[in-house]
Design a protein around this ligand. Sequence first.
Ligand SMILES: [Zn+2]
Length: 441
Amino acid sequence: MSRWTDTMGVALKYLHARRLQKLRTREQILAHQQRRWQAMRTRVADASAFYAPCRSLPLEQWPLMEKRAWMRHFDTINTAGITLSQACALAERAERTRDFRPALGDVSVGLSTGTSGARGVFLASNGERQRWAATMLAKLLPEGLLARARVALLLRAGSNLYDTIGGARLQFRYIDLLQPFEAVLQQLQDYAPTILVGPAQALALVAQKQQRGDARIAPHRVISAAEVLDPLDQASMERTWGVRIEQIYQATEGFLGQTCAYGTIHLNEDCVIVERDWIDRAQRRFAPIVTDLYRFTQPVIRYRLNDILVERAARCPCGSEHIALERIEGREDDVVWLHDETRSGRSPVFADGLTRAILNADPSIVDYQVEQLDADILGIATEPATDDRRRQAILAALATLFATLRIAMPDIVFRDMPAHGLASKRRRVRGLPAPRGHADA
Ligand SMILES: [Zn+2]
């Protein structure tokens, strides 16, 4: 595929994505989804051995997909005739050589960087990558493709895609995070991006360096993608650059949402159908089950993500009819299950509760980690390290939190902050796997 046809492909899909933004009412959104799904359903049933038996079923009866089943049925789900071993070999080679050009025809392979368990393997054709880029551009650059901007993308896993969508006025630079951070900072300074996009942790580190005088960039827009944006990091970045941090909710599984002018994350329901798997209905917490309306090479149908989303109680003032989130709370693993007061069972404590308790305990804490070491033992590390006063404050805050939640106070072990790399996903709250039958809890 030549550079010219690639650029044209993105441009055409961009116009289409812009048209989809005109879907205003809930009825229009649902009608569009139904049209797309009906077309997708027939195509997929014709081409995917795994899904062929589902042809005449309504969407709710197609099998629920999770990473393990996704990998197990990889060979028969995808419509490109690619086996899991072929895809894995290619993905590993690409990660090793940092050469992400597609090598299976026009299909490229991506790995989802899961925070626990096996990694997921994802396929996308050239056209699908173009659509992804076009949708991203349409959502993020309302000024259009002729806007003047220098976009820096900090990424862990590269793609040659970004080379293809640059023009004279609109430029993209991909900066690989798997290199010494000094080199990342140097490239950023040389490029002087007007728009900075990257994983929250990496952006936060750039902001930190800038506060210490080790970097000097002045982006007009900063967009956090690919992982949960922690309130501490968000505040630090907003102080550094004087802009509101925007968010993209994006995973290998698809481009799922982004913030509006009011800072609310809206789901991209023009591209995906999202079913809610309620975790805590009263608190409006759910795990999304995603059906992608455009991906065909490896159909993403009723794929359940491990994210916990919290839906807004009230409508967003921007007027969008797309599902509005109060926040993305983190991976489902970021739930800590602790014994309740009666010790008759275990109840979930969500990451945000623990986060707030620790941060409110002592405003001088700039970083922290909570790890469940055993059923009733939490390891806690903070930066600056815990002194006696800080320990007492944290213990008191946690006691209040657990009393409110009617949970038995676990043993708390204070520890040193572990070292972590940017190349791995960072989790500030880490629970043990949920006890059996937690879904009924
Ligand atoms: Zn909004």
